[in-house]
Structure formats: structure tokens, C-alpha cells
Design a protein around this ligand. Structure first.
Ligand SMILES: C[S@@+](CC[C@H](N)C(=O)[O-])C[C@H]1O[C@@H](n2cnc3c(N)ncnc32)[C@H](O)[C@@H]1O
Length: 335
């Protein structure tokens, strides 16, 4: 019997979107047949070949490599491998592609086909607008923030443990949602105070959740826009599950704003699921990246991808520290 832990349950949920992407690229694009006709293919070449969005092509390749259906070559390009060669290419005796195509009318698969084509986030659960547009309504923001709070209750203590040696005095939790991470951090660091910055539609939830944790005297709440100027007076900026919502240009904007607002010696901490350095997995992280690619303008990043952006705006000593459930932190210091 397999017994699932909390991390496995999170992984299982995050993986639901990935199978729809697999169905989409096989049934709509016959991806493995196209790739089998070439020596090797990069993400940019795949985007060109299938006429799909480049971010989507990049995330798709990582996921298919993590599944073992593609092999990543030393130059970063890929070619079909394993069961893809036996079952997902035109002309093979045990061709499974018609079976895969039976699933293509699932709403999630239709959404994936659309995102591959346009690069724009899918409607939340196939209905109405995408998550970010729906965050302005209180009902949706409450449902979403309750979900973030539940996940954070499980994974936030490991984050606090992983960065307590940085010894921050005042933490700004940017896109801090219910405040669950800020509360875990001040719990682990008795001399530290924090503030949660989030959208106006979220902060009532944050205030009551912080009060319920008995931390209102040490965790403030700021309603605002993180793409505006960031408040001064904080020596650690936390972005938890935030950077994966944004494209590289917007991450650079946030990193620059943090660099400007932090004092010398201050830290930027990105808490998220990160891909391995060659962007070949791990599978659960690659599946989470698919989910983020489909519902936001972002994806999961590797540490080297983030290091390029962070060092580009002036941060130093960028490194990764694992936590739990496939999560890790990327830490960067302002010199
Ligand atoms: C995916 S959630 C992550 C929440 C939390 N940090 C966590 O780890 O669970 C992203 C958060 O960013 C917030 N957010 C999105 N756009 C924002 C903006 N422009 N300014 C401030 N917060 C924003 C959302 O309201 C949401 O709480």
C-alpha cells in the first residue's frame, strides 16, 4: 500500500494540469513525431516548429524530459527517448496516439491548447477570467488566500528554519497572502518583526489570520501594489510563491525595486519550487511549472535563471537552500 504524506498530496494536486499538457502536445501537435524527424531541438526551435509560445515550449520540454519521454542533451536541446520512441511517434507498431487523443476535449486540455497558441493565462478552472483578474473580487480572493494559508501552514516552518541564520530584524513578506509565512518567521526569530504586503482584496483575510495566530503585535499588514515603490525599513524581502506568477521582465522589475529598497547587507529570499540547474526536473517541480505556465504569465525557474536576473540588478552570493515538499529558497544579498 502506498501512503501519501502532505508533500505527496500537494504534488499530486499540482500534477493534474500536466497530464492535460501532455495530451495537448500529443493530440494537437504530434510533438514526438515532429521531434523524431530532427537530430535535436531547442525550446526556441520547438516554438518555431509547432507555432507555439516560447515560454510554453520551454516549460513543455522540461516536463517531457522529467517524464523520461525526451532526453536533454549537453547543449540543452532535446530528442525523443524511452516510451515516446515506442508509443508516441507515427509509424511505430504500438502507437498509443489515438488513445491519447480520446482525452483531448477535456476542458483543461482545451485550455492547454489555447495557452500553447497564445501564451496568455487560461481562465481559472476553465471559467471566466484568469486568477489575477479574479483576485479583485472578495469571494475569489478569500477562497484563494485560504488555499495559500493551508499550504503555508504545512511548509512555512521549514522555510523559517532554512533562513533563520540570516538574522533579519524586519521582514517584508511581498505578496504575503494570509501572513502564514511572516508568522512562522517571527515565531522562529523572537527579535524580528514583519509586514505583509498584498492586494486590498486580500488584506482583511491577512489581518484576521494574523490575529488568529496571535501575532498582530509583530506582523503588520500593508495594502498595496508590489509593482509600485516598496516601503523602506525592511532588511529582508520575502517572495514566497510569487516569482512563479511572473515573466522574467516582471521578476527583474521586482528584483530592482527590492534592491533599491533594501539596505546594504539586506536579503532577497525567493521561496518556491525551483527546477534543477539543467531544467530536466525534478518531476513534481516540472509539473508545478506546467500549472504555473498554464494559469499565470510565469513558470518555475531554475536557480541559474534567477541568479542571472538577481546578479544583473546587483545582488551577490545567490544560492539555493532546500526546504520540504519540493520547495527551496533562493537567497541573494545586497552588497
Ligand atoms: C501565489 S500567491 C502566493 C501567496 C503566498 N506568498 C504563498 O507563498 O502562499 C501570490 C500572491 O501575490 C499577491 N499579489 C499579486 N499581485 C500583487 C500585486 N501587484 N501587489 C501585491 N500583491 C500581489 C496575490 O494577492 C497573492 O496573495
Amino acid at each position: 500500500m502506498t501512503i501519501l504524506g502532505a508533500g505527496d498530496i500537494l504534488g499530486l494536486l499540482n500534477s493534474t494540469y500536466a497530464t492535460d499538457l501532455l495530451i495537448a502536445v500529443v493530440s494537437e501537435h504530434d510533438i514526438f513525431t515532429s521531434l523524431a524527424q530532427r537530430e535535436s531541438t531547442s525550446a526556441e526551435q520547438l516554438a518555431e516548429l509547432l507555432k507555439i509560445d516560447e515560454r510554453a515550449a520551454d516549460v513543455t520540454l522540461t516536463y517531457l524530459v522529467a517524464l523520461g519521454l525526451l532526453e536533454r542533451l549537453p547543449d540543452g536541446a532535446v530528442r525523443p527517448a524511452g516510451p515516446a520512441n515506442e508509443h508516441l511517434i507515427a509509424g511505430v507498431p504500438a502507437d498509443l496516439r489515438h488513445y491519447v487523443s480520446m482525452f483531448r476535449d477535456r476542458p483543461g486540455c482545451r485550455d492547454a491548447i489555447q495557452v500553447l497558441k497564445t501564451g496568455r493565462p487560461a481562465p481559472w478552472e476553465s471559467q471566466g477570467e484568469d486568477w489575477l483578474n479574479r483576485m479583485s473580487t472578495t469571494d475569489f480572493a478569500d477562497m484563494f488566500t485560504a488555499g495559500m494559508n493551508a499550504r503555508g501552514t504545512y511548509i512555512s516552518p521549514a522555510l523559517a528554519e532554512a533562513i533563520r541564520d540570516l538574522g533579519p530584524k524586519r521582514i517584508l513578506d511581498i505578496g504575503g497572502s494570509s501572513g502564514v509565512y511572516a508568522c512562522a518567521l517571527v515565531d522562529a526569530l523572537p527579535e524580528t518583526t514583519a509586514a505583509v504586503l498584498d492586494l486590498p482584496s486580500v488584506v482583511d483575510f491577512s489581518r484576521s489570520s494574523i490575529a488568529a495566530r496571535g501575532k498582530s503585535d509583530r506582523v503588520d499588514v500593508i495594502a498595496g501594489d508590489m509593482f509600485g515603490e516598496l516601503p523602506p525599513g525592511f532588511d529582508l524581502h520575502l517572495y514566497s510563491n510569487v516569482l512563479h506568477d511572473w515573466n522574467a521582465g516582471n521578476i527583474e522589475r521586482l528584483a530592482k525595486a527590492s534592491f533599491n529598497a533594501l539596505p546594504p547587507g539586506g536579503f532577497l529570499v525567493d521561496h518556491d519550487m525551483h527546477l534543477d540547474d539543467t531544467k530536466s526536473g525534478p518531476l513534481r517541480e516540472a509539473e508545478f511549472s506546467v500549472r504555473m505556465m498554464l494559469i499565470t504569465e510565469g513558470k518555475c525557474y531554475s536557480t541559474p535563471e534567477l541568479a542571472e536576473i538577481l546578479t544583473g540588478v546587483g545582488f551577490v552570493d545567490v544560492h539555493n537552500r532546500p526546504t520540504i515538499a519540493g520547495y527551496s529558497v533562493v537567497v541573494a544579498r545586497k552588497p
